[in-house]
Design a protein around this ligand. Structure first.
Ligand SMILES: N[C@@H](CCC(=O)N[C@@H](CS)C(=O)NCC(=O)O)C(=O)O
Length: 202
């Protein structure tokens, strides 16, 4: 059985959701960033980490893509044009959404107070709004970013959008808004949340 180190309030949520979509059994090892459990498997102390047969894999997107490849679902095959486009959506989400939100988060509460620069907030909002415009254009009328099939970047984009909402960034309405609602309504997403909250209260 897979084990995932992390909490629902961290990027581990992406991995829980992926495992639910794939119908895989997993155990949550509830541990926060820089905890002893996280540091034991990842030199940076970051979460999530996936333990598969005694080997730790970290970086949420590496884990999600590994699981998709291994279980042959939610991904285009390696070496195809479709995979290159799918990967470009992953990089878009990491560069234009995750990185922007992470900088804003660090300057809001993560850094020691003396290192925080609240004045970066408007530029982060500007970057994020630009990313949402790009997403709107690239999504077009598709159900998911790659068309009618859900793939790894959809989960990543949806997770970042949830983070953005929590951090009070503006999310678009219209087609992108509907796309985000479709993703959050997925039964696998709800199962992942329920399992994570059960494990947090255990
Ligand atoms: N690229 C990594 C980022 C992991 C990451 O930064 N995780 C946060 C929690 S969501 C963390 O552990 N932060 C601790 C730190 O920055 O020291 C991933 O996607 O897994």
């Amino acid at each position: 059985m897979y084990q995932v180190i992390g909490t629902a309030r961290s990027r581990a949520m992406r991995v829980f959701w992926m495992l639910e979509e794939l119908g895989q059994d997993y155990e949550i090892l509830e541990a926060g960033p820089r905890s002893e459990a996280a540091q034991k498997v990842n030199p940076s102390g970051k979460v999530p980490a996936l333990i598969d047969n005694g080997t730790a894999i970290f970086d949420s997107v590496a884990i999600m893509q590994y699981l998709a490849d291994k279980h042959g679902a939610m991904t285009a095959p390696c070496g195809t044009i479709e995979r290159a486009i799918q990967d470009s959506f992953v990089h878009f989400a990491n560069d234009e959404m995750d990185a922007v939100l992470w900088v804003a988060t660090k300057h809001t509460f993560y850094y020691p107070e003396e290192l925080r620069v609240p004045a970066i907030r408007p530029s982060a909002e500007w970057d994020f709004a630009r990313a949402m415009k790009t997403l709107e254009t690239r999504l077009g009328d598709n159900e998911f970013v790659m068309g009618s099939e859900i793939t790894v970047p959809d989960l990543l984009i949806s997770h970042c959008a949830g983070w953005a909402l929590g951090a009070k960034f503006e999310l678009p309405k219209g087609k992108v808004g509907d796309y985000l609602k479709r993703l959050r309504a997925r039964p696998a997403m709800k199962r992942a949340l329920a399992k994570a909250s059960e494990s947090a209260s255990a």
